[in-house]
Design a protein around this ligand. Structure first.
Ligand code: AMP
Length: 206
């Protein structure tokens, strides 16, 4: 499996780039923000609990998102790989992701971070808020809280992957296509080695 973590503060362009990457690499997109918003739309208890935190720009508890990722991995055992978007957001989540992927005999190939300064993030999110309908995109105080939570709780996840030599950072300001090309290069450079089982299957087919 080819597993990529797309990292960066809210508004860095992770969602936009994920859409392009899934089309190119046929990976399964796992955005914990999208999964949580689906729970809210369905009106589940989990969604109701999460909504209060999300609307104010706070993180939902680790156990909630780890549980969602665990079930998504179970449901997609045949996937070529995953793009994790907005997850992991804490070191505890990163450790759990390693453990969950190991249970499926796979691991994170690389983390690609999109770097964007706070002023630009606020501008982008307020703009997105005009059409996204997301309460957390529509209020400057909530946006600032999300950026602050990123700086205090999430940014350290980069160090977790750096210590595994899997961390890469790109300028997230520029042409979407140019950023996409740079991410694609990194992904291509980090293709997982073919497993013995996959090689055997290929030989039998040939
Ligand atoms: P996003 O769509 O990634 O911007 O996420 C929107 C909101 O969902 C965040 O501000 C958090 O409240 C919540 N959320 C999404 N992913 C996570 C995560 N991995 N850990 C904790 N909270 C999350």
């Amino acid at each position: 499996m080819h597993n990529i973590v797309l990292f960066g503060p809210p508004g860095a362009g992770k969602g936009t780039q994920s859409q392009k990457l899934i089309a190119k690499y046929h990976l399964v997109h796992l955005s914990t923000g999208d999964l949580l918003r689906a729970q809210i739309a369905e009106g589940t208890d989990l969604g109701l609990q999460a909504k209060k935190l999300m609307d104010e720009g706070f993180l939902v508890p680790d156990a909630v998102v780890i549980g969602m990722i665990g079930s998504a991995l179970e449901k997609n055992k045949q996937a070529a790989g995953f793009i994790f978007d907005g997850f992991p957001r804490t070191v505890a989540q990163a450790e759990s992701l390693d453990r969950l992927l190991a249970e499926h005999n796979t691991s994170v190939a690389c983390m690609v971070a999109l770097e964007v300064g706070e002023q630009e993030l606020v501008k982008r999110l307020l703009e997105r808020g005009k059409t996204s309908g997301r309460p957390d995109d529509q209020d400057e105080a909530k946006i600032s809280r999300r950026v602050q939570v990123y700086n205090t709780e999430t940014a350290q996840v980069a160090g977790y992957y750096a210590s595994q030599q899997k961390f890469y950072s790109l300028n997230g300001i520029g042409e979407i296509e140019s950023i996409f090309a740079q991410i694609s290069d990194l992904i291509d450079q980090h293709k997982p080695a073919e497993t013995a089982a996959a090689a055997a299957t290929r030989e039998v087919k040939a």
